[in-house]
Design a protein around this ligand. Sequence first.
Ligand code: TYD
Length: 215
Amino acid sequence: MTRGKFITFEGAEGVGKSTQIALLKEKLENQGISLVVSREPGGTAGGKLIRELLLKGDVSRWTAKTEALLMAADRAQHVEELVRPNLESGTWMILDRYYDSSIAYQGAGRGIGIEKVRALQEFATDGLRPDLTILLDMDLDVSLKRALSREGDNSDAEDRFERMDKSFHQTLKQTFLDLASKEQDRFKVVDAGRNIEVIADDIWSIVQKRFELSS
Ligand code: TYD
């Protein structure tokens, strides 16, 4: 049995990850690939409870360390219950956020330190590394505006992180770009400030090339 491929999407708030994941899912399924799309936090039944704890309530509800541990708890459950078993049975996994989000948000944004948060990921995932990480990058003012305008049509939209200030989001954006430049074999940075179809075509050619798929 060939192991399924593991693709993650990362980026700041409002960069259009879910739209692009849905488009990629359709293209992969047209190739007859069996795949599961999931997200963090909240990809399992237990994880949904952890997600509630994390995203609702006051910005000051959790210390940075508690937040990192809750994210890691959600991830450990997700990897063991869903992600690894699917990959091992040949199913591809696409995740809307994975450990790079913890490194950016908790490690850099909330100031715990990148290396400390990275070590926690090793423990939570037993070192399960994505085969490909698509980083959607765009102008911060545009993405933040988009994220805030989702308020109302998505109950999670105005979550704790969207209420952080602009410098927090600037740090996230820069940290994601730094992570991408340090792991160029895993990351592909895609300019998400363009038309949806153009971005989707770009992502599709990256995926085709990386996994040697036909068009
Ligand atoms: P979500 O509504 O899924 O936001 P988005 O559509 O931007 O992915 O909420 C997830 C929030 O949790 C988002 O603000 C990013 C944050 N987060 C972390 O801080 N650390 C993490 O490890 C993960 C996975 C998410």
